[in-house]
Design a protein around this ligand. Sequence first.
Ligand SMILES: [Cu+2]
Length: 120
Amino acid sequence: MWTMTSIRRMCIALLGALTLGCSSDSSTNPQNTSTITAAGSGDALAFSPQSVTISASDSVKFVFKDITHNVVFDDPEQIGVPGDIVTVHDTTVSRTFTTAGTFAFHCTIHPVMTGHVVVQ
Ligand SMILES: [Cu+2]
């Protein structure tokens, strides 16, 4: 026989199970994404931040504002280096890094713009 008390207990137990379910979901996050922004007009000519540290198989999202830039990796022979990003503006381009290492890059249009991605 269902009483109000037993129904209430059942609801509390279900809520607990749902909460546990949610917290275990958050521990299986999809890959992380870090963001590097290339200078827009009014900004100092730089990638910001100049360095990010990620885990293998994570992605870096390069955000380009209103000034034209590119991203050219210093060592195209480096194992795991992703493809360069051609000259773009007002867009976002992601690159996934599958191999541990330090991947230095620069903008050929503005040689003062350098940065690197550390993949652990
Ligand atoms: Cu540039």
